[in-house]
Design a protein around this ligand. Structure first.
Ligand SMILES: [Zn+2]
Length: 489
């Protein structure tokens, strides 16, 4: 056991899912031609006036409600002054002393490090505050070095002014794994309630971490370093692990840890010192004189609360308790809101949770994963899935044939009924037609027939398999077996 304890606090930037920017009406659409989604306001021309995007406030409040936070009755925007090429105004509008949201927590589930490695422990990670701000533009470095020393840099202001929500946690996280789990759960929640698409790889969710180590039992915090540039959940864990190892080694060799900003090098898997873009850290914050204070009234907050759908954790419990689904299946069904919406849409048509879950997980989800698609991208409706399940139950098609029909429906968008009637996939339950195939199979497999007759009963399954193959999966296996046994007795 390590004699040091790790202490981690996170600062998360989440891009809010608004159509327009924080203080102007420019589009926030990702992937537009550089410098086309810009105007006088978001490029900071003299004499313009910013205006608060009400939707951004709404989404921040929604997040606060989902994370059990306090929505502040009054908050203000402030100017954070610094110079950098991606910030044309030379100040960023942010919130400082009076953020819109304070307090709150997110409960995560972490592995219990006790004797039973399978058990999980629930842990509360407290939220310090959530504030609103605008994003900066994006520098595109040409040349080999990503961070520094580029030959040439270009700037795209499309992202400048995009609404961001900064979520700051208390230093409650005790391991890199916990940090990763927290990020995954938070991303899941934000995506669920529709405030952020939460894709770390695309930058709509970003994570910086403050990390330090201290001797176990010590109250006082050790010297912290700030770690940036962890653009995937895996890198959050890997970056922090590298930093814990570095701190531990330095302590062991008696070296002094310097408070600095570092970044995770995803190629070498270690952390490197990064010259901070603002060495002095004196942002000379002052209240933004061009914007009014935010004072959301009680009625509006309650209206926003009413739009909060059932949160993933509650949903998972309900799927287990109400529908009797095992936990791993419930987990997949709540993985995204679109998946659980699909599942519940199916349930509304036919109350068969187990069959629906089974067909969704084993077949539909496997197909989507294979094609790298989201369930929202397919035309295959819940009504069609129910149709398929009903056809199997009625014995019109076999389970094997149903799988093929399903794939065809997913690929072509045709409806189940048409595919079934076109392909002749209906089950052969007519004994006469099957009899013919059974006889052929017996004739073509003399060796296995002999084995069966000499007492090797399990060989019957091989013969059943041959009949199923010949019938292209359209026969009923139990009927085939009965016919075979009759024929061979
Ligand atoms: Zn603009």
């Amino acid at each position: 056991m390590s004699k040091y304890e790790t202490v981690i606090g996170l600062e998360i930037h989440a891009q809010l899912a608004t159509e327009s920017k924080m203080f102007c009406s420019c589009s926030t659409k990702f992937g537009a031609e550089p410098n086309t989604n810009v105007c006088e306001i978001c490029t900071g021309q003299p004499g313009v006036l910013p205006k608060i995007n009400k939707k951004a406030i709404e989404l921040a409040i929604k997040t606060g409600l989902a994370l059990n936070c306090k929505i502040e009755p009054m908050s203000v925007f402030a100017r954070k002054n610094y110079f950098y090429p991606d910030l044309p105004k030379a100040y960023q509008i942010s919130q400082y002393e009076l953020p819109i949201i304070t307090g709150g927590h997110l409960e995560i589930e972490i592995p219990n490090e006790g004797e039973n490695s399978n058990s999980r422990l629930r842990k509360k990670i407290n939220i310090t505050r959530i504030h609103l701000e605008e994003d900066a533009g994006k520098l595109v470095h040409k040349g080999a070095e990503r961070i520094m020393g580029s030959e040439e840099s270009l700037v795209d202001y499309n992202r400048g002014g995009t609404p961001l929500m900064e979520i700051v946690t208390e230093p409650d996280i005790r391991s890199p794994l916990e940090a990763k789990i927290f990020m995954e759960d938070l991303a899941h929640l934000l995506q669920y309630i529709g405030v952020c698409d939460a894709k770390m790889e695309e930058g709509s969710l970003r994570c910086d971490a403050n990390i330090s180590i201290r001797p176990v039992g010590q109250k006082e915090l050790g010297t912290k370093t700030e770690l940036k540039n962890m653009n995937s959940f895996r890198f959050v864990q890997m970056g922090l692990e590298a930093e814990v190892a570095r701190h531990t080694e330095m302590k062991a060799s008696g070296e002094k840890i310097i408070q600095e900003t570092r970044y995770f090098d995803t190629k070498t898997h270690d952390t490197k010192s990064m010259r901070s873009k603002e060495e002095a850290h004196d942002y000379r914050y002052f209240p933004e004189p061009d914007l009014v204070t935010i004072e959301p009234d009680h009625k509006w907050i309650e209206e926003i609360r009413a739009t909060l759908t059932e949160l993933p954790e509650k949903k998972r419990e309900r799927y287990i308790n109400e529908y009797g689904l095992p936990n791993p299946i419930a987990e997949v069904l709540i993985a995204t809101k679109s998946i659980s919406d699909y599942f519940e849409e199916c349930l509304k048509i036919e109350n068969k949770p187990k069959e629906i879950a089974n067909w969704m997980l084993v077949n539909v989800m496997a197909y989507l994963k294979n094609k790298n698609l989201d369930i929202k991208d397919i035309v295959f409706s819940p009504r069609e899935l129910i149709e398929l399940i009903k056809l199997i139950e009625k014995g019109t098609i076999s389970g094997t044939a149903a799988k093929e029909v399903l794939i065809k429906a997913l690929e072509t968008g045709k409806n189940i009924k048409d595919i079934v009637s076109e392909s002749g996939a209906t089950q052969i339950s007519d004994e006469g037609a099957l009899q013919q195939i059974v006889k052929e199979v017996i004739k073509n497999n003399p060796k296995q027939v002999l084995q069966f007759k000499s007492g090797k009963d399990p060989v019957i399954m091989y013969l059943v398999g041959q009949v199923m193959k010949e019938s292209k999966g359209r026969a009923k296996p139990d009927l085939v077996q009965a016919l075979l046994r009759k024929e061979l007795s």
